[in-house]
Design a protein. Structure first.
Length: 509
């Protein structure tokens, strides 16, 4: 079968022309870590999560990790059975049909577009902060508040990241080794320095460690608990990029799943250490550098770096900038390959299925993802009073949606063999079922609560909370686009290009 053929008459899950066997386990884990971007996610999520749950921050991280692990196990089983760069889109279409598959794919693409805009925003803020520190001129940092300049700088970052991703997995992998290693080293330094201050009595608001921090039942209300989980899920989001690379990975049926599991375990350890260190050093108060201070919640490391690292605070600015830049680049992998698969199976116009002849990358899809993310960021920067906080919360909703769809697709797809062995009961039924239910409940609860403008930063349009409009509104837009696509190109929706009985191509042959 030709690599340029969209789908053969046998309806196989076919090769799309991507560069096969170009990423090993280490490279996949590095790209997975870079997509999650621990330094970036923590500086943006620590404050909003503390706002909801206080010192139960570590507990929420652990609880948020549980559905991620359960869903990751389901992802691994689906990938073992049918490795395809479309992941959620392809698997949901085969399990539930074309409409659920299309919306699952849209959920993944929309979530990544939202996070790309958020990543660029953090990169811009820390870029000017870094310049201010280098030039010893605090006023330079204020340039980030100039909206036109901010949006223009964001465009430069977005274009650079898209260009690297456009050049394919080999370039992406080499860039990530350097950027991921650097940010992990700086985070380790931050943790050690914070504990040193705590031990020496020089912490800003020394808070004695308690095991109660790990008790989720201490959270004040279920609404706060659900909001905290949604935010926590955001910080684990991104590990599934290792699955979207399955057609380009050595050992496509096993390596992506192993990489996903290793990625989430490493990230959990880093997050818990940072959470305990940050609470112990700064506390959760609303004054100064306290984690509950609303004026600093969008960018916690920007205010904590100086008190914790002293003259080496510049390293944290570099770390967050490199983290957001690394993730900005690697995050293009997911939506580009999902759009590629949707074009390949004719759920989108054929142009999305085009592959760059030299770099073997989804060039057109990468450019579209970058353009959409920049436009979204530009609009949000002028609409929202707290763009980073609102998009983080909305992103958590979007992730709950498409991860939940994928987990339940695993349960339904393997329903006939789920009880054939103890292993299948756990990995193909119980784990994805529990993970999927947890995520669906979180999505529904957060969706209802976010209608209130008080949810999130308080930004609203017509009396409706901006978080709700972003999360649920984007899904509604997806449904409209799906109906338009069906009217123009109905082949996919008639089950002619991808359906439950479509056989699987063994990429390891």
């Amino acid at each position: 079968m030709s690599e340029t053929t969209h789908v053969s008459q046998g309806h196989e899950l076919s090769r799309k022309g991507l560069s096969e066997n170009s990423v090993g386990l280490l490279g996949a884990v590095a790209i997975g870590l870079s997509c999650i971007a621990p330094a970036y996610t923590l500086t943006g999520a620590l404050g909003p999560t503390v706002r909801e749950v206080g010192v139960q921050l570590p507990a929420i991280f652990v609880v948020g990790f549980i559905p991620m692990l359960l869903v990751a196990l389901g992802y691994r089983e689906l990938n073992n059975a049918m490795p395809d760069s479309g992941t959620t889109f392809t698997w949901a279409a085969k399990a539930f049909g074309p409409y659920v598959g299309w919306m699952g794919g849209w959920g993944l693409v929309a979530a990544t577009v939202i996070v790309l805009s958020n990543l660029a925003g953090v990169a811009v803020d820390f870029f000017y902060l870094m310049l201010a520190q280098l030039l010893n001129n605090p006023q330079v940092a204020d340039l980030a508040a100039n909206k036109p300049l901010n949006v223009l700088t964001c465009l430069v970052f977005m274009a650079a990241a898209a260009w690297i991703s456009y050049r394919g997995m080999q370039t992406t992998k080499k860039v990530q080794y350097v950027l991921v290693g650097f940010q992990l080293l700086v985070l380790a330094w931050f943790i050690i320095a914070a504990f040193s201050h705590i031990g020496n009595g020089t912490a800003f608001d020394r808070t004695a460690f308690s095991l109660q921090w790990f008790n989720p039942f201490e959270v004040s209300s279920f609404t706060a608990f659900a909001a905290g989980i949604s935010l926590s899920i955001f910080i684990f989001w991104g590990w599934d990029v290792t699955l979207t690379m399955n057609e380009e990975t050595k050992g496509s049926k096993t390596t992506p799943g192993r990489a996903a599991t290793l990625t989430v375990l490493i990230i959990l350890a880093v997050y818990l250490l940072v959470a305990v260190a940050a609470i112990g050093f700064a506390g959760v108060g609303e004054a100064g550098v306290g984690l509950g201070n609303e004026d600093t919640q969008d960018n916690v490391f920007a205010v904590l770096a100086g008190p914790v690292l002293g003259p080496f605070a510049l390293l944290m600015s570099f770390a967050v900038l490199s983290s957001s830049a690394a993730s900005l680049q690697s995050t293009f992998v997911g939506p580009a390959r999902t759009l590629l698969a949707m074009g390949h199976y004719k759920a989108l116009p054929a142009r999305y299925a085009s592959i760059h002849p030299r770099f073997r990358s989804p060039g057109f899809a990468t450019v579209v993802a970058g353009a959409a993310a920049w436009v979204f960021y530009a609009v949000m920067r002028f609409v929202s009073d707290s763009v980073l906080s609102d998009t983080i919360t909305a992103l958590g909703m979007m992730v709950c949606f498409y991860y939940g769809v994928t987990a339940l697709a695993c349960v339904w797809y393997f329903r006939k063999e789920a009880f054939s062995s103890a292993r299948n009961v756990v990995l193909k039924f119980l784990a994805p079922l529990l993970g999927g239910i947890m995520l669906v409940i979180t999505f529904m609860t957060t969706s209802v609560d976010s209608i209130d403008p008080a949810f999130g930063s308080g930004s609203e349009i017509g009396g409706i909370g901006l978080v709700f409009l972003i999360g649920v509104g984007v899904l509604g837009l997806g449904a409209v686009l799906m109906l338009i696509q069906r009217s123009r190109h109905p082949e996919f929706f008639r089950g002619e290009t991808l359906r439950a009985g479509t056989p699987v191509l063994n990429l390891d042959e």
